[in-house]
Design a protein around this ligand. Structure first.
Ligand code: CP
Length: 303
């Protein structure tokens, strides 16, 4: 039984496919016009976010509302944290309000785990520092599954700021567990120093090598807010060396898909006209995120 969802390490293949089945059920109901369900009626979902978010916060909130929960956003910048209240006291306060779910995003790696150990509420990690973003990995895996019909054996390249990316850490773990062959592609300065924990096939600093013959290319945002030193000369130089342009798209397999967790730095990671180009599934990832998050709530209630 899972009380919380903190890391993709909590998933095995069975659990992932149980969540996928719930995803499919909810999506089918929604597409058939069932836009107000009662799976979470009577439950409260509190969403303390200590970092900015558009996709994750909105989709967790909307997913909760569609399932009938009462949802409340708590923004770090307008909460009593600004008056000096600690994370521990903030979370115990939310628990005292009988929160059933706490969906937390925090800039500190490990924050969601610490919170989960302190409260009875079910805790969902909506991104903790450079550690993990497990619901993003699940929605990425489901997007790949829906677009390619399988994950096992697919060649997936993850390009960009791997060092600072919680999405990369969660994606690598989940997609390799599901049988994908992962290549990491980044400037040397943006690769984690210790790569042993990562199950990857290949690591390259050469973008052309990285993209050649891949089924899936996941581009990562350059996380300027987490970079406390210089990792490349200029954004323009990064774009020239690692940005996706049409010439580089042609290196991928003919039916390859292009992904990005968002938000995109247009013209840096991906040339602007390719962001929603015919190979891009970036908006499909967003749509998948809504039903994935409905499935995660339900899974935690029933698993
Ligand atoms: N992918 C993602 O986490 O986006 P947001 O920061 O907008 O939630």
């Amino acid at each position: 039984m899972l009380k919380d969802f903190i890391s993709v390490s909590q998933l095995n293949e069975d659990r992932f496919f149980q969540i996928y089945q719930l995803y499919k059920d909810f999506k089918e109901k929604y597409n058939n016009g069932d836009k107000k369900l009662s799976d979470l009626r009577g439950y409260s979902v509190l969403l303390p976010f200590f970092e900015n978010s558009t996709r994750t916060r909105t989709s967790f909130e909307l997913a909760g509302k569609i399932l009938g929960a009462d949802t409340i956003n708590i923004s770090g910048s307008t909460s009593s944290v600004k008056k000096g209240e600690t994370l521990y006291d903030t979370i115990k306060t939310l628990e005292a309000m009988r929160s059933d779910f706490i969906v937390i995003r925090h800039y500190m790696s490990g924050a969601a785990h610490i919170v989960a150990n302190k409260v009875k509420s079910r805790v969902i990690n909506a991104g903790d520092g450079m550690h993990e973003h497990p619901s993003q990995a699940v929605l990425d895996a489901i997007t790949i599954l829906e677009k390619k019909g399988k994950i096992e054996g697919l060649k997936v390249v993850i390009v960009g700021d791997i060092l600072h990316s919680r999405v990369a850490r969660s994606d690598i773990k989940l997609l390799s567990m599901l049988g994908a062959k992962i290549t990491l592609c980044a400037p040397q300065t943006m690769l984690p120093r210790h790569l042993e924990p990562f199950e990857v096939e290949d690591i390259t600093t050469d973008i052309n090598e990285g993209l050649k013959g891949k089924d899936v290319a996941i581009f990562l945002r350059i996380q300027l807010e987490r970079q406390n030193k210089v990792f490349f000369s200029t954004l323009n130089e990064y774009s020239i060396k690692y940005g996706l342009n049409q010439e580089r798209v042609n290196l991928l397999k003919e039916d390859a898909i292009i992904m990005h967790p968002g938000p995109v730095n247009r013209g840096v990671e991906i040339q602007s006209e390719l962001v929603y180009g015919d190979r891009s599934v970036i908006l499909d990832q967003v749509e998948t995120g809504l039903f994935t998050r409905m499935a995660i709530y339900k899974y935690l209630l029933t698993a």
